[in-house]
Design a protein around this ligand. Structure first.
Ligand code: PGA
Length: 262
């Protein structure tokens, strides 16, 4: 069974006090949204307090990164066991900002995704082309390579617990979102590859979300697309009313396109 998936990636924002206020506000306004999988993904330092705020609601908690090892001499890293212990259900793996600034590559993404699954966390695996790659006409090749490498060794059962986020790098934080048609083109291509690997039935249930300048205004049109199952929202997730608007518009689009709700 599948329902729309909408996650707010707070990145390195806001300060803890404001983050708690935001979680409080969202708890109030999103309390009733049982038909959407809503995930808040604050910085590590906020996780414990945000978890306390959303306790007793359907809102889930996620982290922005993790190491693949359980413990040890890895200064500055956070392990999957720690994320589980603090109450995370999800973890972003391979966000383009991590690939660009912190040397993440398909190999580390794969290690992290498999480790997350092994420890009962659902990875949100990010893939997507740069502007240069899009202009060269190699978007599909890039997406295919990243996808295949990232999910290598992930079983049929595990892929159902994995979220694939298509995030064109040129659309992240730029105010220039992919058009619904551009997003659908890549999402249906991702679904096709998943079909080849996992078969039709399983791949239909894999959640494929879009990220890159999602707003209250464009969320309805993007989620109307057949293979767009939700969003990874950056900037617009930092304001309670805009994140709520994205959830509302997304759910409306999902219902109108006849998406399944469990
Ligand atoms: P944005 O970020 O919504 O601010 O473009 C999306 C993301 O990086 O996940």
């Amino acid at each position: 069974m599948k329902k729309p998936f909408i996650a707010g990636n707070w990145k390195m924002n806001p300060p803890i006090s404001a983050g708690i206020e935001l979680a409080k506000e969202l708890k109030k306004s999103l309390f009733d949204f049982r038909d959407v999988e809503i995930v808040l993904i604050p910085p590590f330092t906020h996780l414990y307090l945000v978890k306390k705020e959303i306790e007793g609601t359907k809102i889930k908690l996620g982290a922005q990164n993790m190491h693949w090892e359980e413990k040890g001499a890895f200064t500055g890293e956070i392990s999957p066991l720690m994320l589980k212990e603090i109450g995370c259900s999800y973890v972003i793996i391979g966000h383009s900002e991590r690939r660009k600034y912190f040397g993440e590559n398909d190999e580390t993404v794969n290690k992290k995704a498999r480790s997350a699954l092994l420890h009962g966390l659902s990875p949100i695996i990010c893939i997507g082309e740069t502007l240069e790659e899009r202009e060269k006409g190699i978007t599909m090749k890039v997406v295919e390579n990243q996808l295949r490498a990232s999910i290598k060794g992930i079983s049929e059962e595990e892929i159902l617990k994995t979220v694939i986020a298509y995030e064109p790098v040129w659309a992240i934080g730029t105010g220039r979102n992919a058009t619904p048609e551009q997003a659908e083109e890549v999402h249906s291509f991702i679904r096709k590859i998943l079909r080849e690997i996992y078969g039709i039935e399983k791949s239909n249930y894999v959640i494929i979300i879009y990220g890159g300048s999602v707003t209250m205004e464009n969320s309805y049109f993007l989620l109307k697309m057949k293979n767009v199952d939700g969003f990874l929202v950056g900037g617009a997730s930092l304001k309670g009313d805009s994140f709520k608007g994205i959830v509302e518009n997304g759910l409306r689009a999902w219902k109108e396109k006849g998406g399944e709700i469990c």
